[in-house]
Design a protein around this ligand. Structure first.
Ligand SMILES: [Zn+2]
Length: 169
């Protein structure tokens, strides 16, 4: 099923809930295909080495967050690991960070719409695990603070001054 760019309003982050270092893209894809999903359910998959594997194309509805019809308004990104009891690798987090920023810019997604799976309303899951959830919360906080940085505040002030000058003309 098609997913229109204007319908992509959320980025949903998952974990596989399996071993971080030995879970492979192929194994998860095989498992999802065996469930009759046609393809891996996620749009992106990040292994322990930080490699980003393209899953479904971005113009295809995913199979990763059925609660609240989230599949129809989001892209799904999954990291290998069970982050209830292990931590993502530095490489995974670096890749996730860059991918989130790239997709946020591409689809004009609000920072507050970057969610861990468990934050999707009515989703009853521990996914993406406490440790990755904590990182996502920090990512949101950090990116929101960037917007309110002194430089930005100064830029806004300059624009307002310029507008006032125009009004005075
Ligand atoms: Zn999930």
């Amino acid at each position: 099923m098609g997913l229109k760019p204007e319908n992509i309003q959320y980025l949903i982050v998952h974990h596989t809930a399996t071993a971080r270092d030995t879970t492979t893209f192929e194994a998860v894809k095989r498992y999802h295909v065996s469930k009759g999903w046609g393809d891996i359910g996620y749009h992106y998959f990040i292994t322990a080495d930080g490699k980003v594997w393209p899953g479904r194309s971005e113009d295809t509805v995913g199979a990763h967050a059925s609660a609240s019809s989230m599949n129809y308004k989001s892209l799904g990104i999954c990291l290998t690991g069970n982050f209830m009891n292990e931590f993502p690798t530095y490489e995974q987090l670096q890749s996730l960070h860059d991918l989130l920023l790239k997709l946020m810019e591409k689809y004009n997604i609000n920072i507050n719409n970057v969610l861990g799976h468990r934050e999707v309303p009515k989703a009853a899951t521990a996914c993406p695990g406490d440790h990755l959830m904590e990182w996502i919360s920090k990512f949101r906080q950090e990116k929101s603070e960037v917007k309110k940085s002194p430089d930005v505040a100064k830029a806004i002030e300059h624009i307002e001054q310029a507008l006032n000058i125009l009004k005075g003309l």
